[in-house]
Ligand binder design. Structure first.
Ligand SMILES: [Mg+2]
Length: 352
């Protein structure tokens, strides 16, 4: 795209309260703060994006805003490549700007965004997991039961803040409560040392747990490699940013690689990484970074553009107490219903 046709980029800040405080690699947060991005063209076409930095994963809010300002001034005179180069060092800003440009282009072609990335696909639904927080055994069982009653067939339990024994007990009680048909996963967010992780993986195998995300800290590659092949898939999430796909593959450190578009810098980059991950024999799994509706819808389109995605971490809207606008994605029976309207499918966010 040349921007000679007269493009305009605007952005404005927002702060969305979380329903519950969120533990992140960068500390506890109680709101998601970011920028809504709008690109408009002379002929009236518009596209929306969202740049919502996450401490510990992306640039800071101030660096994100500075990058968006560079993009805004670059768009007056430059090409799309120039604009993306202006936000190259700031992944959340790059997600916001590249998403707005892609939404505008896909909308102009009357194509849903996922088909803009993968023209030969037609996807109605993407399977999603429920996320069950790190509560007591009773709270965990109640939350998993509730998720299954709401139609989810995959639950991911947050683990790692208690003893391994206590987490295994939580998982055992959930397995008893939901039965053998429900897929169970765990996410330790790097909390364990190798001995703890090994103990957990062996116990989880007996409970038919399919996947443990990031059992060891992000820096550990060989440890993760050693945990593989014991009946439970090993997923890397924080480890992807630390090492990149090549190193993970070379170390044979993962069965599953978690892809967060906000942390990778955009759907275009995430799509390339996903293709690469799959070619290397690993499974890409898309999740949000607990974002507003624009960024979440982008993640849904990314998952829809991939062949046979596993249950993805896309059902995160309930973790916010408020949102940027109406969610175009309906969640039912453990799946996200993929929007088939042109572009991202989000409406009314700028006016709200
Ligand atoms: Mg994770």
């Amino acid at each position: 795209m040349s921007t000679e046709a007269g493009y305009d980029l605007e952005y404005r800040s927002f702060s969305l309260s979380l329903a519950e405080p969120l533990e992140t690699a960068g500390g506890t947060i109680d709101s998601r703060d970011g920028f809504l991005v709008r690109v408009s063209r002379e002929d009236g076409a518009v596209g929306y994006g969202e740049a919502t930095p996450l401490p510990g994963w992306t640039e800071s809010l101030a660096d994100c805003e500075a990058a968006l300002e560079r993009a805004r001034s670059t768009l007056d005179s430059g090409t799309e490549d120039d604009v993306l180069e202006a936000v190259d060092e700031a992944v959340a800003a790059r997600y916001g700007v590249s998403l707005a440009l892609a939404d505008l282009e896909a909308s102009s072609e009357s194509t849903p965004l996922y088909r803009y990335y993968s023209p030969d696909t037609l996807v109605a639904r993407v399977p999603v997991n429920a996320t069950v927080g790190d509560g007591s055994t009773e709270e965990t069982v109640a939350a998993a039961r509730d998720a299954v009653e709401r139609g989810f067939s995959c639950c991911k339990l947050k683990v790692g803040r208690r003893s391994v024994e206590a987490d295994v007990e939580r998982m055992r009680r959930v397995r008893e409560a939901v039965g053998p048909e429900i897929e169970l996963r765990a996410d330790a967010n790097g909390a364990w040392d190798y001995e703890e992780a090994l103990e957990a993986v062996e116990a989880f195998d007996d409970l038919d747990v399919s996947l443990v995300e990031q059992p060891l800290p992000a820096g550990a590659l060989e440890g993760h490699a050693d945990l593989r092949g014991r009946g439970v898939g090993i997923g890397l999430d924080e480890g992807l940013l630390e090492h990149g796909v090549d190193a993970i593959c070379e170390a044979r450190a993962a069965d599953v690689v978690v892809l967060k578009p906000m942390a990778l810098g955009g759907l275009d980059i995430a799509q390339q990484v996903a293709t690469w991950v799959a070619q290397l024999g690993m499974t890409p799994l898309v999740t949000t970074t607990i974002d507003g509706v624009v960024a979440r819808a982008g993640a849904v389109h990314l998952a829809a553009s991939l062949p046979d995605p596993p249950a993805c971490g896309l059902a995160t809207g309930d973790l916010l107490a408020e949102d940027l606008g109406r969610d175009p994605v309906l969640f039912e029976n453990g799946a996200a219903v993929v929007p088939q309207a042109k572009g991202l499918g989000v409406e009314g966010v700028w006016e709200a």
